[in-house]
Design a binder for this molecule. Structure first.
Ligand code: ADP
Ligand code: ADP
Length: 224
């Protein structure tokens, strides 16, 4: 069963397209690594697949929904409820505690505060930073922030998680840990994962690698 399908997807920020005719099919529980040189369109692919950016041409079907038929608000609601997203930048609210950041998607979905905070604390334990539950996000290290972001992406028990691996030199091991965490949880829960990575070890751990070159799928790699 496909949880994500991209058919003939194009996206351009400027006149030069960042994605050209991209086809991608991800099954339930599948872990897919998206790789390729800097600037080849990996982040754009992730943003379009998650419905953060609208495809300008082609079809994106996410969890059975044709994203091109949904408004921006409908795509945001789908993401909040049924999709986990771990992005590189600016995803935690700095003046909220770690546990409040994780609870946020549940609170926005109408959960009672106490129940949401208990669920969030449980996820912080699962990703190994239960002891930081009351620390303000602004005071967390990069690696801790990533873990909180992973907990927040999983707290709604989504069917698919999108992750843009940290690439900074401070986080050499960070990407690998992030994938370990996601794959560990995905393996248990049957969650599909699409992760953008520069790291060969991370890519090797995925069920499948999809390589982009200049906004296109690298056909030489599709036989794998
Ligand atoms: P990658 O994630 O593989 O590094 P990106 O998806 O970030 O690649 O970028 C693909 C191309 O789109 C690059 O040429 C990049 O410069 C360009 N690009 C990315 N974001 C923007 C933006 N917000 N505005 C204009 N061009 C962008
Ligand atoms: P990565 O290579 O890890 O995807 P980038 O450094 O390419 O990260 O992109 C970081 C941020 O800068 C993204 O939000 C992207 O959209 C933006 N960006 C990248 N290229 C451009 C560009 N040419 N013009 C404007 N924004 C860009």
């Amino acid at each position: 069963r496909a949880v994500l399908e991209l058919i003939g997807v194009e996206y351009a920020y400027t006149r030069t397209p960042a994605l050209r005719g991209v086809e991608l099919h991800v099954d339930a529980g599948e872990v897919v690594a998206v790789t390729g040189p800097s600037g080849c369109g990996k982040s754009t692919l992730l943003h379009v697949a998650a419905g953060i950016l609208p495809a300008q041409l082609g079809v994106v079907r996410l969890l059975g929904y044709d994203l091109t038929a949904l408004s921006e608000a409908q795509r945001a609601a789908l993401r909040r409820r049924d999709v986990g997203v771990v992005l590189q930048f600016g995803q935690l609210v700095p003046d909220l505690a770690a546990v409040e950041n994780v609870a946020l998607p549940l609170l926005l979905d109408g959960w009672a505060r106490g129940r949401a905070l208990r669920a969030a604390a449980g996820w912080l334990d699962r990703v190994g930073i239960g002891q930081e539950r009351d620390t303000l996000a602004a005071e967390l290290s990069g690696g801790e922030s990533q873990r909180v972001a992973v907990a927040r992406a999983l707290v709604t028990e989504p069917e698919i998680v999108f992750a843009d691996e940290p690439t900074g030199s401070l986080d050499q091991a960070g990407g690998f840990e992030l994938l370990e965490l996601l794959v560990g949880e995905a393996g248990e829960g049957g969650v599909a994962v699409v992760i953008v990575t520069h790291d060969r070890d991370v890519a090797a751990r995925a069920d499948r690698e999809v390589r982009l070159l200049d906004g296109r799928l690298d056909m030489a790699r599709l036989t794998r």
